[in-house]
Design a protein around this ligand. Sequence first.
Ligand SMILES: [Zn+2]
Length: 152
Amino acid sequence: MSEEIRHIVCPHCERINRIPGQRDARKAKCGHCHQPLFTGRPIPASAQSVVTHIQRNDIPVVIDFWAQWCGPCKVMAPVYERVASEFEPDLRFLKVDTEAEPELAARYNIRSIPTLMLFRKGNVVAQQAGAMNAESLRPWLRQHTRAAAAAS
Ligand SMILES: [Zn+2]
């Protein structure tokens, strides 16, 4: 497994980086813009960058669909951020502001927020509506990323 290469999309310039499996991706920098590939924080995503992230990352990608006016979203935001720092670099955490990107909310049929969607290789592998605390978010991510890895 030591020759395994993971493709990681840079959160800053959205170019694809190839990271050897044995390398600690948390310390890796983008070969194009030289910024860290993992920042320990969810990345705000646009309609365009979401497509690149979910289709080109070899790691699973989770998206938090939220809005400024949504109380439960604000409650979940610090939880999501904390869990992101724990799960990186095995998962990429994105945030989509549904007010700024309404076409994305429509594309993924988001009916209530917050909604979390988990993707692997461009496919939705899990979806969860409603705010989660860290105690429910961690096992949800572990369960679905493991199940997705076993299936691929
Ligand atoms: Zn970059």
